[in-house]
Ligand binder design. Structure first.
Ligand SMILES: CC(C)(COP(=O)(O)OP(=O)(O)OC[C@H]1O[C@@H](n2cnc3c(N)ncnc32)[C@H](O)[C@@H]1OP(=O)(O)O)[C@@H](O)C(=O)NCCC(=O)NCCS
Length: 159
């Protein structure tokens, strides 16, 4: 007889957690409406600019055909070979599936393919979910000489 706990376990295959979500890199310009719509869900986030779409890299996480999360990676100008993890939003109905972490991994892979050497990012001091995911992804906290946001913690990773 199959025990109840068997059904409660999340399915695994060869050690890889199976997930119904699909993370896809998308063209920023083509998908700017979708990305802007996600961006507007956080009132404190400024509007994204054309250069973010044209020069950045963007991902959507889909459940079946519906986008439920997004994230971006942009060059950390004017410094060469450094990427900035820009934005990440997971629709509240889909929290707790590790989507922020998976979107970090996708962006790091892209940055490596581009030959970039470091990733930087930030989050609000009280954002314990992002903090946990940055640490899990191997980022370390740093103190910029001239912090550009209030109430933020800054993260860096050599990749
Ligand atoms: C930060 C954020 C992307 C994390 O989402 P996520 O990928 O679902 O997070 P995780 O899968 O790591 O979630 C871990 C746990 O925290 C919970 N959690 C995540 N975000 C939460 C939130 N905003 N409020 C309450 N609980 C949250 C999850 O349900 C999960 O709980 P569980 O372990 O009991 O299942 C998401 O909270 C979000 O989109 N917040 C608004 C925008 C934002 O802050 N972006 C980050 C900018 S740096």
């Amino acid at each position: 007889m199959v025990s109840r706990s068997f059904f409660q376990r999340r399915p695994r295959s060869q050690g890889v957690l199976l997930t119904p979500y699909q993370i896809q890199e998308v063209d920023g310009v083509t998908f700017s409406d979708t990305i802007n719509a996600f961006n507007r869900l956080v009132p404190e986030w400024p509007a994204l600019q054309q250069r973010h779409f044209a020069k950045g890299y963007w991902w959507l996480a889909y459940l079946e055909k519906r986008p439920v999360a997004f994230a971006g990676l942009v060059p950390f100008e004017p410094l060469p070979n450094i990427g900035y993890l820009k934005r990440c939003y997971v629709n509240p109905d889909h929290h707790g599936h590790g989507l922020q972490f998976k979107l970090m991994v996708a962006r790091e892979l892209k940055a490596k393919q581009l030959g970039w050497t470091h990733l930087v990012s930030e989050c609000r001091v009280n954002n314990k979910y992002s903090t946990a995911n940055f640490i899990k992804a191997g980022f370390i906290q740093c103190e910029p000489e001239q912090p550009w946001e209030r109430d933020s913690v800054y993260w860096v990773k050599a990749i």
